[in-house]
Write a protein that binds this ligand. Structure first.
Ligand SMILES: Nc1ncnc2c1ncn2[C@@H]1O[C@H](COP(=O)(O)OP(=O)(O)OP(=O)(O)O)[C@@H](O)[C@H]1O
Ligand SMILES: [Mg+2]
Length: 269
C-alpha cells in the first residue's frame, strides 16, 4: 500500500489548525493518560445512545493504534486506512454494526499511512467526517491518549469532549494537563469529566472533586462532571468476548452508568 496523501489542504498554514466552529453533535472521548477506558467508553456510549433512539456514528480517531473494531469483534472490509490511501471515499467506509444499532468507521491498527498523516490530510479527513455529521444525531470519536495533532484536530471540532480519568494520581495529573492545554489553545471548549473504574459513585465524585479543585484553583475553570462509571469485572469479560457490555451484561453496574451518561448527554444538548 502507498502512503499517498489524497486529501487536499483546506486553507491551512503549516503547523496550524485553522479555526473551525464546533460541530454540536460530535462528542470526543479523550484522556491525558492511556489505558483509562476511552475506547471501551466510546463503544459503550455509542451503543447506549443508539438504544436511546439517537442515530450514531462511532469514529475510530486513534489513528495509530485503532481498536474499536477489536472491541466489537468487527472485521470490516473497509476502514480509514483505505480512505487515506485513496481506495474509496470516507462515506463508503462506514459499516453498520447491526448488533448495536449504530454505524462504525473503523481504523486500522499499525497503519503507517494513518499514524503519520500530515496536518493537511488530517484536516481533509476531519472535513469529510464533519460532512457525515449531518447524517447522524451523534458522532462519537474515540481518540488516542494525550494531545497530539490528531487529537487536537478532533477536539477543536467537537461540540463537547469527555475527558476520561481514573482515581490514579497519574491519570488525574494528565487529565488536568489535557484540560489546561486545551483551554489555553481554545478557551471556551466544552470539556466534561468522566471518572471511570470508580469503586463507587461516591468515590468517583471525590476523584472528580480533586480534579475540579485544581482546575478552579489554577485555571479558573469548572469543567462539569459528565458521569461516574464504576469498576466492573464484566467490562473485561465483554471485551474478552469482543461484545458490547450492553449486549453481554445489560444489567451490570457499568452498563447502567453508561446508560445514565448517555441520557445526560442527550438531555444537555
Ligand atoms: N469500568 C471499567 N471496569 C473495569 N475495567 C475497565 C473499565 N473500563 C475499562 N476497563 C479496562 O480497561 C482496559 C483499557 O480500556 P481501553 O482500551 O478502552 O482504554 P483506552 O483509554 O482506550 O486505552 P488507550 O489509551 O491505550 O487507547 C480495558 O481492557 C478494560 O479491561
Ligand atoms: Mg483506546
Amino acid at each position: 500500500m502507498s502512503n499517498t496523501v489524497v486529501y487536499l489542504p483546506q486553507m491551512d498554514r503549516p503547523g496550524r489548525h485553522p479555526a473551525t466552529s464546533p460541530t454540536r453533535n460530535m462528542v470526543c472521548i479523550a484522556s491525558g493518560k492511556g489505558g483509562v477506558g476511552k475506547t471501551w467508553l466510546a463503544v459503550s456510549l455509542s451503543h447506549a445512545l443508539a438504544r436511546q433512539g439517537s442515530s450514531t456514528l462511532l469514529f475510530d480517531g486513534d489513528l495509530g493504534l485503532a481498536n474499536v473494531d477489536v472491541q466489537l469483534g468487527l472485521m470490516p472490509d473497509r476502514d480509514l486506512a483505505g480512505v487515506v490511501e485513496g481506495d474509496y471515499r470516507l462515506q463508503d467506509a462506514i459499516v453498520a454494526h447491526a448488533g448495536g444499532g449504530f454505524d462504525v468507521l473503523a481504523g486500522r491498527s499499525g497503519s503507517a499511512s494513518l499514524a503519520s498523516l500530515e496536518s493537511a490530510s488530517l484536516l481533509g479527513l476531519r472535513a469529510e467526517l464533519l460532512q457525515q455529521a449531518t447524517r447522524y444525531d451523534r458522532i462519537v470519536v474515540d481518540l488516542g491518549a494525550g494531545i497530539d495533532s490528531a487529537v487536537r484536530a478532533m477536539v477543536d471540532a467537537a461540540g463537547c469532549t469527555l475527558v476520561v480519568t481514573t482515581d490514579e494520581p497519574t491519570a488525574l495529573t494528565d487529565a488536568y494537563a489535557f484540560i489546561k492545554l486545551t483551554n489555553q489553545r481554545r478557551g471556551g471548549s466544552d470539556l466534561r469529566v468522566v471518572v471511570n473504574m470508580a469503586p463507587s459513585h461516591r468515590e468517583g465524585e471525590r476523584t472528580y472533586a480533586k480534579l475540579l479543585k485544581a482546575c478552579e484553583g489554577f485555571l479558573k475553570l469548572s469543567p462539569p462532571l459528565a458521569g461516574v462509571i464504576r469498576r466492573d469485572e464484566r467490562v473485561r469479560d465483554a471485551i474478552r468476548h469482543q461484545t458490547s457490555l450492553l449486549t453481554r451484561h445489560p444489567g451490570s453496574e457499568a452498563a447502567s452508568d453508561i446508560e445514565a451518561l448517555a441520557r445526560r448527554l442527550l438531555d444537555s444538548a
